[in-house]
Write a protein of this length. Sequence first.
Length: 342
Amino acid sequence: HFLVYQKYMLLMSTLMLWFGSAIAQKNSWSSARPDGHAPIRVMGDHYHQKGEVMFSYRFMPMWMDGNLQGSNSIDNESIYQNYMAAPQKMVMNMHMLGGMYAPTDGLTLMVMGNFISNTMDLQTKMGADFATESSGFGDIILAGLIKLHNANQQSWHAKVGVSIPTGSIDQRDDTPMATNTPLAYPMQLGSGTWDPSLGLTYLAQSEKFSWGAQLNYLFRLGENEKEYRFGNKTEVNAWGAHKISDTWSVSSGLYYTHLQSIEGTNPELNPMMMPLFRANNSGRNQLDLGIGTNVYIPSSKWKNLRLAAELSFPVVQDVTGVQMKQSLIAVLGLQYALGHHD
């Protein structure tokens, strides 16, 4: 049934392209307006003109509660038939710092680094509650955004990037069963592999509205030192925004993710311990609905400062095997551009 959602997202992207061609005015797309950026969850959504610099900060908490088998909820007792412990809740907090610089009008360079902290609550088959934690720096992302077209208030750009494996894949903690035990795959901070990515983004504007669509693909190369690699990831994002004033806009978005399963297995993880120690309990299809806002300062000493927020809720989740259920993703962001011109 997820083929239906894939086709829906592709249809939405096609309609946006047609709609943009039909009503866009005959001048360049501009980021110098409150809806000039995509919702803050979307990365690499815009490029800059020669000499411009932008710094950004994002705080991204994600909450998970309960478990799924496929697209259906599964209770603890069912999990205990095959595992010694069941995950209950998980919170992931990510702090992301980013920088963008345009050496030419046609190329914008981008770097992103992050600090991650994870907490997972679990319960054993005997009813004992415990928690595991991990924290540290994640993988660093480098990318180039290549301007392809900007006319009639429509814009296209491509992205070529790579994720550098600077995040730890050897996070450990104590549990009731053992001390200093390796943590589950989702509790690790990086991939352990060099991961190239490709992307394509379309943007369009009218006097009061903006919209866009983005396709991203992340490749996992090789195998990390723990003898596994995460699955490749496809993302299809589509959004629209309404410019309420020169300083404020509201937005909504649909975000589809297809994540393939882990290949290989970490020999240190006992697959009977709990579901997320087993590599074939990985990979998912998910469709999220986001609601957000942007506040943009076009003048004064804070010119080109942008504040943004978005909440995303899963509409559909279909996981491979047994995995945790996502409940909410929040993104709060601050962006500040230097040398910006309309």
